[in-house]
Design a protein around this ligand. Structure first.
Ligand code: 1GP
Length: 253
């Protein structure tokens, strides 16, 4: 639906300017079951999913390259790395969200891992999209919270989220990702999405704990430009249909 010769980021910027919304499905290589992945790929193509995000907090198995190759064989949906650490890199993707965990104060995830991966990325054909990653409390200890050793922003502290996103934008980060973490009990509230999207002009990604098409639509109304769904698709790939319909219906309104 959105493969853009000018690149993924330009595609996102143009979509934002035109008020178009995007949907990404997150595949965590550790959690994926082959049978479900095949169903998910088929539905993603059929329903016009815009991107696959690939990554996780651990990625303990050695599946990343294989997974990317498998998806690539079956469809042309852009593959965007969403790495939990500097081991989750591969030339087989199209782009990488070069994440800086700006809600946290762990220097490794603000700059340390970036230094380690910079030479690899500089040589790579990947499109590199610098992204401010803002972790918001999702009501439960998520893997990303534990693994990153950072405090998430409290769910009701919209002002902290806004100032964090603003600082990220002023530092030159090209995307903001508001995430309650995979499997969050409580997804990021619409009020916070609205506050952040009103404060920054870069495209806003929202994910973590999104379980219903209604929440997808509510996030888009609040100002999210791209919504990410992971766990629900892992449980039941059929949800792609209704999540994608929510994005499509939103564009029609
Ligand atoms: C996590 O935003 C993603 O970083 C997706 O979260 O797995 O809860 O959908 P879920």
């Amino acid at each position: 639906m959105t493969v853009n010769d000018k690149g993924i980021y330009t595609g996102l910027l143009e979509a934002k300017q035109q008020g178009e919304k995007r949907l990404a499905v997150l595949f965590d290589p550790d959690k994926l079951r082959l049978k479900k992945m095949e169903a998910a790929l088929e539905l993603a193509v059929e329903c016009g999913v815009d991107y696959f995000f690939i990554g996780g907090s651990l990625v303990v198995n050695n599946m990343l390259d294989g997974l990317l190759a498998q998806i690539r064989q079956r469809c042309a949906i852009p593959l965007v790395l969403f790495p939990g650490n500097s081991f989750q890199l591969s030339y087989r993707a199209d782009a990488i969200l070069f994440l800086s965990l700006i809600s946290g104060r762990n220097p490794e995830l603000l700059i340390g891992q970036h230094v380690i991966s910079a030479p690899f990325l500089k040589m790579s054909p990947l499109e590199i999209i610098s992204t401010g990653y803002i972790l918001v409390d999702g009501g439960v200890m998520t893997s990303v919270q534990y693994m990153s050793n950072t405090y998430p922003i409290p769910a009701h502290k919209d002002d902290i989220a806004v100032c964090t996103a603003l600082a990220g934008e002023l530092l030159g980060l090209k995307l903001m990702y508001l995430d309650a973490g995979s499997g969050a009990q409580t997804p990021v509230a619409e009020r916070m999405i609205e506050a952040v999207s009103g404060a920054v002009s870069v495209p806003l990604i929202v994910g973590g704990g999104i379980r219903t098409p209604e929440k997808v639509a509510a996030n888009l109304r609040a100002g999210a430009d791209l919504v990410v769904v992971g766990s629900m698709v892992e449980q039941d790939p059929a949800v792609i249909r209704e999540m994608a319909a929510a994005v499509r219906d939103f564009q029609r309104v």
